[in-house]
Design a protein around this ligand. Sequence first.
Ligand code: FES
Length: 133
Amino acid sequence: MSMNYSKKVMEHFKNPKNMGEMKDADGVGKVGNPVCGDVMHIYIKVGKKDGKEIIEDIKFQTFGCVSAIAVTSMTTLLAKGKTLEESLKIKRDDVASALDGLPPIKMHCSNLASEALEAAINDYMKKTKKKGN
Ligand code: FES
C-alpha cells in the first residue's frame, strides 16, 4: 500500500532529527497509541534563558509508522530552544503543517508527538517540584 506522503515527511522519516536516547534527561514523556501499538519517548533537557526555562536539548525514540517518526522529528525541531510555555502550545496541526501536511488517515499519528512532549514537560515539572524549587 502506498501512501501520499509529502517530501518533507519522507525527508524526516529517512533522516530523523534528534533521534536517540538521552540518559540524563530532566523529563521523559512516553505515549502509546493503543490502536496501532506504536510508542514514542521524548526526552528533554531544560535550561535557562533570560530567566525563563527553555528546552535546551531534546531527543526522541519512536517505535512506529512513517508519520509517527516524521512527526516526532519535526516536533523536536519546533520545540528546541523554546520556552516550556511555548512548547506546550505546539499542537498536531502545527506539526502537520510544518511537514506540508499528512495523509488524513495518518493525522492520528501526529497527536502522539505533541502528547509525548507535553508528558515530558509535565514529568520535568513534577520532578523539580519534588526537589523543592
Ligand atoms: Fe501508529 Fe501512525 S500508525 S502512530
